[in-house]
Design a protein around this ligand. Structure first.
Ligand code: AMP
Ligand code: TRP
Length: 331
Protein backbone atom coordinates (compact mmCIF):
# COMPACT_ATOMS: atom_id res chain seq x y z
CA UNK A 1 0.00 0.00 0.00
CA UNK A 2 1.51 3.36 -0.96
CA UNK A 3 0.83 5.95 1.70
CA UNK A 4 -0.94 9.06 0.42
CA UNK A 5 0.45 12.50 1.30
CA UNK A 6 -1.07 15.95 1.70
CA UNK A 7 -4.61 14.64 1.51
CA UNK A 8 -7.61 15.10 3.73
CA UNK A 9 -8.20 11.84 5.60
CA UNK A 10 -11.40 11.12 7.52
CA UNK A 11 -12.51 8.03 9.38
CA UNK A 12 -14.53 7.09 12.40
CA UNK A 13 -15.75 4.30 14.54
CA UNK A 14 -18.56 3.78 16.94
CA UNK A 15 -17.96 4.16 20.67
CA UNK A 16 -18.56 0.66 21.91
CA UNK A 17 -15.97 0.76 24.69
CA UNK A 18 -13.71 -1.93 23.36
CA UNK A 19 -12.07 -2.40 20.01
CA UNK A 20 -11.01 -5.73 18.59
CA UNK A 21 -7.92 -6.54 16.57
CA UNK A 22 -10.05 -6.45 13.40
CA UNK A 23 -10.78 -2.75 14.04
CA UNK A 24 -7.15 -2.18 14.90
CA UNK A 25 -5.63 -3.94 11.88
CA UNK A 26 -8.42 -3.05 9.43
CA UNK A 27 -8.73 0.63 10.37
CA UNK A 28 -6.75 2.25 13.20
CA UNK A 29 -3.31 1.02 12.18
CA UNK A 30 -3.78 2.81 8.83
CA UNK A 31 -5.05 5.91 10.62
CA UNK A 32 -1.82 6.12 12.59
CA UNK A 33 0.35 5.93 9.48
CA UNK A 34 -1.80 8.44 7.62
CA UNK A 35 -1.80 11.10 10.34
CA UNK A 36 1.86 11.90 9.65
CA UNK A 37 1.70 13.49 6.23
CA UNK A 38 -1.96 14.32 5.81
CA UNK A 39 -4.67 16.42 7.33
CA UNK A 40 -6.44 13.74 9.34
CA UNK A 41 -9.82 13.80 11.12
CA UNK A 42 -10.71 10.86 13.36
CA UNK A 43 -14.19 10.87 14.75
CA UNK A 44 -16.01 8.95 17.49
CA UNK A 45 -19.41 8.52 15.87
CA UNK A 46 -21.82 8.60 18.81
CA UNK A 47 -24.77 9.63 16.63
CA UNK A 48 -24.29 6.42 14.65
CA UNK A 49 -24.06 4.37 17.84
CA UNK A 50 -27.58 5.39 18.92
CA UNK A 51 -29.18 3.89 15.81
CA UNK A 52 -29.48 0.53 17.61
CA UNK A 53 -30.71 -0.04 21.19
CA UNK A 54 -28.12 1.34 23.65
CA UNK A 55 -27.71 2.49 27.23
CA UNK A 56 -27.70 6.32 27.55
CA UNK A 57 -26.15 6.15 31.02
CA UNK A 58 -23.02 4.39 29.81
CA UNK A 59 -22.54 6.17 26.46
CA UNK A 60 -20.40 9.02 27.92
CA UNK A 61 -18.09 6.42 29.48
CA UNK A 62 -17.71 4.40 26.31
CA UNK A 63 -16.97 7.59 24.36
CA UNK A 64 -14.09 8.36 26.74
CA UNK A 65 -12.92 4.71 26.63
CA UNK A 66 -12.79 4.95 22.86
CA UNK A 67 -10.94 8.28 22.94
CA UNK A 68 -8.40 6.80 25.36
CA UNK A 69 -7.95 3.78 23.09
CA UNK A 70 -7.40 6.07 20.07
CA UNK A 71 -4.60 7.84 21.94
CA UNK A 72 -3.16 4.67 23.45
CA UNK A 73 -3.04 3.03 20.00
CA UNK A 74 -0.97 5.95 18.70
CA UNK A 75 -3.24 8.68 17.40
CA UNK A 76 -1.59 11.97 18.26
CA UNK A 77 -3.80 15.02 18.93
CA UNK A 78 -0.98 17.24 17.65
CA UNK A 79 -1.13 15.50 14.28
CA UNK A 80 -4.80 14.50 13.99
CA UNK A 81 -8.09 16.14 14.79
CA UNK A 82 -9.76 13.75 17.24
CA UNK A 83 -13.36 14.54 18.12
CA UNK A 84 -16.87 13.35 18.94
CA UNK A 85 -19.46 13.57 16.17
CA UNK A 86 -22.27 15.05 18.31
CA UNK A 87 -19.97 17.89 19.42
CA UNK A 88 -20.04 19.22 15.87
CA UNK A 89 -23.72 19.84 15.00
CA UNK A 90 -22.89 20.33 11.31
CA UNK A 91 -22.82 16.50 10.92
CA UNK A 92 -26.50 16.04 11.77
CA UNK A 93 -27.41 19.22 9.88
CA UNK A 94 -25.72 18.17 6.64
CA UNK A 95 -27.16 14.66 7.03
CA UNK A 96 -30.67 16.12 6.86
CA UNK A 97 -29.87 18.18 3.78
CA UNK A 98 -28.33 15.17 2.02
CA UNK A 99 -31.25 12.95 3.10
CA UNK A 100 -33.60 15.14 1.07
CA UNK A 101 -31.55 14.30 -2.03
CA UNK A 102 -31.00 10.57 -1.50
CA UNK A 103 -33.31 8.07 -3.23
CA UNK A 104 -34.76 5.36 -0.98
CA UNK A 105 -33.72 2.74 -3.50
CA UNK A 106 -30.04 3.44 -2.89
CA UNK A 107 -30.40 3.04 0.88
CA UNK A 108 -32.42 -0.16 0.42
CA UNK A 109 -29.37 -1.80 -1.14
CA UNK A 110 -27.09 -1.25 1.90
CA UNK A 111 -26.04 -4.63 3.27
CA UNK A 112 -25.15 -3.29 6.74
CA UNK A 113 -28.73 -2.03 7.11
CA UNK A 114 -30.12 -5.37 5.96
CA UNK A 115 -27.97 -7.23 8.48
CA UNK A 116 -28.64 -4.89 11.39
CA UNK A 117 -32.35 -4.60 10.77
CA UNK A 118 -32.60 -8.37 10.58
CA UNK A 119 -31.15 -8.48 14.12
CA UNK A 120 -33.49 -5.79 15.45
CA UNK A 121 -36.57 -6.50 13.39
CA UNK A 122 -39.16 -4.86 15.60
CA UNK A 123 -36.85 -2.00 16.59
CA UNK A 124 -35.55 -1.02 13.18
CA UNK A 125 -35.72 2.77 12.90
CA UNK A 126 -35.54 5.59 10.39
CA UNK A 127 -32.19 6.49 11.99
CA UNK A 128 -30.77 3.05 11.24
CA UNK A 129 -31.98 3.32 7.65
CA UNK A 130 -30.49 6.83 7.31
CA UNK A 131 -27.18 5.78 8.93
CA UNK A 132 -25.22 5.83 5.62
CA UNK A 133 -26.44 9.38 4.89
CA UNK A 134 -25.03 10.58 8.21
CA UNK A 135 -21.81 8.78 7.31
CA UNK A 136 -21.77 10.61 3.96
CA UNK A 137 -22.20 13.91 5.81
CA UNK A 138 -19.26 13.03 8.12
CA UNK A 139 -17.02 12.49 5.14
CA UNK A 140 -18.20 15.28 2.82
CA UNK A 141 -18.05 18.06 5.45
CA UNK A 142 -14.25 17.89 5.43
CA UNK A 143 -13.76 17.67 1.62
CA UNK A 144 -12.19 14.29 2.31
CA UNK A 145 -9.95 12.56 -0.23
CA UNK A 146 -9.21 9.32 1.61
CA UNK A 147 -11.33 7.19 3.96
CA UNK A 148 -9.29 4.38 5.58
CA UNK A 149 -11.72 1.58 6.53
CA UNK A 150 -12.22 -2.18 6.56
CA UNK A 151 -13.95 -3.94 3.69
CA UNK A 152 -17.44 -3.81 5.19
CA UNK A 153 -17.50 -0.02 4.76
CA UNK A 154 -16.68 0.13 1.05
CA UNK A 155 -20.34 0.14 0.09
CA UNK A 156 -20.97 3.16 2.32
CA UNK A 157 -18.08 5.07 0.77
CA UNK A 158 -19.42 4.31 -2.71
CA UNK A 159 -22.82 5.60 -1.67
CA UNK A 160 -21.10 8.74 -0.32
CA UNK A 161 -19.52 9.29 -3.76
CA UNK A 162 -22.90 8.88 -5.45
CA UNK A 163 -24.50 11.36 -3.05
CA UNK A 164 -21.67 13.85 -3.65
CA UNK A 165 -21.80 13.46 -7.45
CA UNK A 166 -25.55 13.97 -7.55
CA UNK A 167 -25.28 17.05 -5.36
CA UNK A 168 -22.42 18.51 -7.43
CA UNK A 169 -24.42 18.01 -10.65
CA UNK A 170 -27.66 19.38 -9.33
CA UNK A 171 -26.52 22.35 -7.21
CA UNK A 172 -22.86 23.16 -7.81
CA UNK A 173 -19.46 21.51 -7.53
CA UNK A 174 -19.25 21.68 -3.74
CA UNK A 175 -17.99 18.28 -2.62
CA UNK A 176 -14.69 16.47 -3.15
CA UNK A 177 -15.24 12.83 -4.14
CA UNK A 178 -13.72 10.58 -1.46
CA UNK A 179 -12.05 7.22 -1.97
CA UNK A 180 -12.00 4.26 0.39
CA UNK A 181 -8.54 3.08 1.38
CA UNK A 182 -8.45 -0.56 2.42
CA UNK A 183 -5.45 -2.58 3.36
CA UNK A 184 -5.92 -5.72 1.31
CA UNK A 185 -4.33 -8.06 3.87
CA UNK A 186 -6.36 -6.87 6.83
CA UNK A 187 -9.56 -5.56 5.26
CA UNK A 188 -11.55 -8.42 6.69
CA UNK A 189 -10.16 -10.18 9.75
CA UNK A 190 -12.31 -13.23 10.41
CA UNK A 191 -13.79 -14.67 13.59
CA UNK A 192 -11.49 -17.05 15.50
CA UNK A 193 -14.35 -19.51 15.99
CA UNK A 194 -15.86 -19.36 12.49
CA UNK A 195 -13.61 -18.28 9.61
CA UNK A 196 -16.66 -17.64 7.43
CA UNK A 197 -17.81 -14.73 9.59
CA UNK A 198 -15.95 -11.48 10.10
CA UNK A 199 -14.54 -10.74 13.54
CA UNK A 200 -17.17 -8.64 15.28
CA UNK A 201 -17.85 -7.24 18.75
CA UNK A 202 -21.49 -8.12 18.40
CA UNK A 203 -20.63 -11.82 18.13
CA UNK A 204 -22.24 -13.92 20.86
CA UNK A 205 -19.01 -15.58 21.84
CA UNK A 206 -16.06 -13.51 23.14
CA UNK A 207 -13.80 -16.39 22.06
CA UNK A 208 -14.29 -15.24 18.48
CA UNK A 209 -12.47 -11.93 18.90
CA UNK A 210 -9.48 -10.43 20.71
CA UNK A 211 -9.94 -6.96 22.14
CA UNK A 212 -7.19 -4.40 22.58
CA UNK A 213 -7.64 -4.72 26.35
CA UNK A 214 -7.70 -8.55 26.63
CA UNK A 215 -5.22 -9.93 29.17
CA UNK A 216 -2.25 -12.02 28.04
CA UNK A 217 -3.98 -15.10 29.47
CA UNK A 218 -7.18 -14.43 27.57
CA UNK A 219 -5.23 -13.88 24.34
CA UNK A 220 -3.31 -17.17 24.77
CA UNK A 221 -6.55 -19.04 25.46
CA UNK A 222 -8.44 -17.56 22.54
CA UNK A 223 -5.61 -18.22 20.09
CA UNK A 224 -5.09 -21.76 21.34
CA UNK A 225 -8.82 -22.44 20.92
CA UNK A 226 -9.03 -20.76 17.51
CA UNK A 227 -10.34 -23.16 14.87
CA UNK A 228 -7.91 -24.46 12.25
CA UNK A 229 -8.21 -26.83 9.32
CA UNK A 230 -7.28 -30.45 9.86
CA UNK A 231 -4.27 -30.48 7.54
CA UNK A 232 -1.43 -28.41 8.98
CA UNK A 233 -0.18 -26.20 6.19
CA UNK A 234 1.23 -22.79 6.98
CA UNK A 235 1.03 -21.39 3.51
CA UNK A 236 -0.72 -18.17 2.52
CA UNK A 237 -1.93 -19.70 -0.73
CA UNK A 238 -2.65 -23.32 0.20
CA UNK A 239 -4.25 -23.10 3.65
CA UNK A 240 -7.92 -23.20 4.47
CA UNK A 241 -9.73 -20.02 5.57
CA UNK A 242 -9.08 -20.46 9.32
CA UNK A 243 -5.32 -20.84 9.01
CA UNK A 244 -5.15 -18.13 6.33
CA UNK A 245 -6.85 -15.77 8.76
CA UNK A 246 -4.37 -16.57 11.54
CA UNK A 247 -1.51 -16.08 9.09
CA UNK A 248 -2.95 -12.70 8.02
CA UNK A 249 -3.05 -11.63 11.68
CA UNK A 250 0.51 -12.87 12.13
CA UNK A 251 1.66 -10.94 9.09
CA UNK A 252 -0.09 -7.72 10.07
CA UNK A 253 1.41 -7.68 13.56
CA UNK A 254 4.88 -8.88 12.57
CA UNK A 255 5.11 -6.92 9.31
CA UNK A 256 7.26 -9.80 8.02
CA UNK A 257 7.07 -10.94 4.42
CA UNK A 258 4.79 -13.83 3.48
CA UNK A 259 7.83 -15.84 2.43
CA UNK A 260 9.61 -15.35 5.77
CA UNK A 261 6.56 -16.42 7.71
CA UNK A 262 6.01 -19.51 5.54
CA UNK A 263 9.66 -20.50 5.92
CA UNK A 264 9.61 -19.91 9.66
CA UNK A 265 6.68 -22.28 10.21
CA UNK A 266 7.34 -24.77 7.39
CA UNK A 267 8.06 -27.59 9.81
CA UNK A 268 5.93 -26.46 12.76
CA UNK A 269 2.71 -27.84 14.17
CA UNK A 270 -0.33 -25.79 15.17
CA UNK A 271 0.77 -25.53 18.80
CA UNK A 272 4.03 -23.89 17.95
CA UNK A 273 2.52 -21.52 15.41
CA UNK A 274 -0.28 -20.55 17.75
CA UNK A 275 1.96 -19.92 20.71
CA UNK A 276 4.21 -17.73 18.57
CA UNK A 277 1.14 -15.84 17.27
CA UNK A 278 -0.17 -15.29 20.81
CA UNK A 279 3.24 -13.95 21.92
CA UNK A 280 3.30 -11.58 18.98
CA UNK A 281 -0.18 -10.20 19.71
CA UNK A 282 0.62 -9.79 23.41
CA UNK A 283 3.89 -8.04 22.60
CA UNK A 284 2.01 -5.55 20.41
CA UNK A 285 -0.97 -4.95 22.63
CA UNK A 286 0.81 -4.62 25.96
CA UNK A 287 2.31 -1.15 25.30
CA UNK A 288 -1.14 -0.01 24.09
CA UNK A 289 -2.66 -1.40 27.29
CA UNK A 290 -0.05 0.31 29.46
CA UNK A 291 -0.69 3.64 27.80
CA UNK A 292 -4.44 3.09 28.14
CA UNK A 293 -4.02 2.56 31.91
CA UNK A 294 -2.27 5.94 32.18
CA UNK A 295 -4.48 7.89 29.78
CA UNK A 296 -7.95 6.65 30.70
CA UNK A 297 -8.11 7.88 34.33
CA UNK A 298 -7.23 11.43 33.25
CA UNK A 299 -10.75 12.34 32.18
CA UNK A 300 -9.97 16.05 32.21
CA UNK A 301 -7.18 15.63 29.66
CA UNK A 302 -9.36 13.44 27.43
CA UNK A 303 -12.15 16.00 27.54
CA UNK A 304 -9.68 18.75 26.62
CA UNK A 305 -8.39 16.76 23.64
CA UNK A 306 -11.95 16.18 22.44
CA UNK A 307 -13.01 19.81 22.97
CA UNK A 308 -9.98 21.03 21.08
CA UNK A 309 -10.66 18.52 18.29
CA UNK A 310 -14.32 19.55 18.05
CA UNK A 311 -13.35 23.24 17.78
CA UNK A 312 -10.90 22.48 14.96
CA UNK A 313 -13.36 20.20 13.16
CA UNK A 314 -16.18 22.74 13.49
CA UNK A 315 -14.12 25.39 11.75
CA UNK A 316 -13.90 23.26 8.61
CA UNK A 317 -17.37 21.73 8.87
CA UNK A 318 -19.30 24.98 9.30
CA UNK A 319 -17.65 26.41 6.19
CA UNK A 320 -18.83 23.50 4.05
CA UNK A 321 -22.29 23.63 5.62
CA UNK A 322 -22.61 27.35 4.86
CA UNK A 323 -21.80 26.71 1.20
CA UNK A 324 -24.34 23.88 1.04
CA UNK A 325 -27.00 26.11 2.61
CA UNK A 326 -26.32 28.79 0.07
CA UNK A 327 -26.36 26.43 -2.93
CA UNK A 328 -29.57 24.81 -1.75
CA UNK A 329 -31.24 28.19 -1.38
CA UNK A 330 -31.42 28.13 2.40
CA UNK A 331 -29.05 31.05 2.98
P1 AMP B 1 -17.08 -1.03 13.60
O1 AMP B 1 -16.53 -1.87 14.66
O2 AMP B 1 -18.07 -1.74 12.76
O3 AMP B 1 -17.50 0.34 14.06
O4 AMP B 1 -15.88 -0.77 12.58
C1 AMP B 1 -14.88 0.20 12.75
C2 AMP B 1 -13.83 0.07 11.67
O5 AMP B 1 -13.17 -1.20 11.77
C3 AMP B 1 -14.40 0.14 10.24
O6 AMP B 1 -13.47 0.78 9.41
C4 AMP B 1 -14.52 -1.31 9.85
O7 AMP B 1 -14.46 -1.51 8.46
C5 AMP B 1 -13.31 -1.93 10.54
N1 AMP B 1 -13.55 -3.33 10.87
C6 AMP B 1 -14.54 -3.82 11.65
N2 AMP B 1 -14.47 -5.17 11.75
C7 AMP B 1 -13.39 -5.54 10.99
C8 AMP B 1 -12.78 -6.79 10.69
N3 AMP B 1 -13.26 -7.94 11.17
N4 AMP B 1 -11.70 -6.79 9.88
C9 AMP B 1 -11.20 -5.63 9.39
N5 AMP B 1 -11.73 -4.42 9.64
C10 AMP B 1 -12.80 -4.37 10.43
N1 TRP C 1 -20.03 3.19 9.66
C1 TRP C 1 -18.68 3.08 10.15
C2 TRP C 1 -18.52 1.70 10.84
O1 TRP C 1 -19.47 1.09 11.24
C3 TRP C 1 -18.32 4.18 11.11
C4 TRP C 1 -18.31 5.52 10.45
C5 TRP C 1 -19.20 6.52 10.62
C6 TRP C 1 -17.36 5.98 9.49
N2 TRP C 1 -18.87 7.61 9.89
C7 TRP C 1 -17.76 7.31 9.16
C8 TRP C 1 -16.24 5.40 8.90
C9 TRP C 1 -17.05 8.06 8.23
C10 TRP C 1 -15.54 6.18 7.94
C11 TRP C 1 -15.96 7.49 7.61
O2 TRP C 1 -17.43 1.27 10.99
Amino acid sequence: MTTPKNKVVFSGLQPSGTLHIGNYLGAIKQWITLQENNSAFYCIVDEHAITVPYDPASLPTTVLDTAALYLAAGLDPNQSTIFVQSHVPAHAQLAWLLATQTPLGELNRMTQFKEKSANHQDRSTLGLFAYPVLQAADILLYQTNIVPVGEDQIQHIELTRDIAKRFNNKFDAVFTLPEALVNKNTARIMSLTDPNKKMSKSDDTAKSYITLTDTADAIRKKISMAVTETEPNFSFTNSGPAVTNLLAIYQAFSEQSVQDIENQFASSGYQEFKSSLADLIIEHLSPIQERFQTIRPDTKHLEEVLADGAAKAAQVATKTLAIVHEKMGLA
